[in-house]
Design a protein around this ligand. Structure first.
Ligand SMILES: [Zn+2]
Length: 216
């Protein structure tokens, strides 16, 4: 079933504070005064992920890649490059599983299946940012860390210009930020324009880009 554009947009709603308080076991931001945390979802994608790795190297920046299992299965060499170049891997389900259409068992099965193609990771980012409390609990009980975000570029939205995409992130840069980009074909035009601008802004603020670990 194809996702209608309108439906997709709605899925990335901003989480009100009360929801964050209800779900304290999810990581929304990191307690840090000198670092921010770049994340890339939906890859790895040939040509695009490699460009990101080069841009990150130019800035001495580290990031966390929340990979889809089916892409990792197709492009294991990209997963290897990500790790070799000092970045972290997270799990983003096997095929962008929709949390609201699956049972908890099916949801977990998609994460396990993705895990077969990813180096050991206990970081999980829910596709569309949608995950039921029972799934968060199940993941938590099995030692997973569910990683959300507090700064999203909306690089996937074709109504957002590349310039606006960069501004969306740079105007909210604070220590401890978890920033979302996508290493997908769909997002690449906005993302590849915005990423260097964001890295410049982070550098100007004197902040480092570090990987997310399950201890954070
Ligand atoms: Zn995604």
């Amino acid at each position: 079933m194809a996702v209608k554009p309108q439906e997709e947009k709605k899925m990335y709603f901003r989480f009100p504070k009360f929801i964050r308080r209800m779900m304290p076991t999810m990581l929304w931001k990191v307690d840090s005064d000198d670092s921010v945390y770049l994340t890339f979802d939906d890859g790895p994608t040939p040509k695009i992920t490699e460009q990101i790795l080069d841009i990150l190297d130019n800035y001495g920046a580290k990031a966390t890649f929340f990979c889809l299992g089916n892409n990792a299965e197709l492009y294991p060499e990209l997963v290897e490059s990500i790790v070799e170049r000092g970045h972290a891997i997270g799990n983003h389900s096997y095929n962008h599983t929709r949390g609201w259409l699956t049972t908890t068992d099916e949801y977990m099965a998609s994460a396990y299946r993705a895990g077969q193609f990813l180096p050991h990771t206990r970081l999980f980012r829910p596709p569309y940012g949608r995950i039921a409390i029972r799934e968060v609990r199940r993941m938590r009980s099995q030692g997973w860390r569910v990683v959300m975000w507090n700064n999203i570029s909306e690089d996937y939205d074709h109504k957002v210009s590349p310039q606006r995409c960069a501004q969306k992130v740079t105007r909210h840069i604070h220590p401890g930020n978890i920033i979302v980009f996508h290493d997908s074909v769909k997002a690449s035009k906005n993302m590849l324009y915005a990423l260097p601008k964001v890295l410049e802004a982070i550098k100007k603020r004197g902040l480092k880009c570090e990987i997310i670990t399950s201890e954070l």
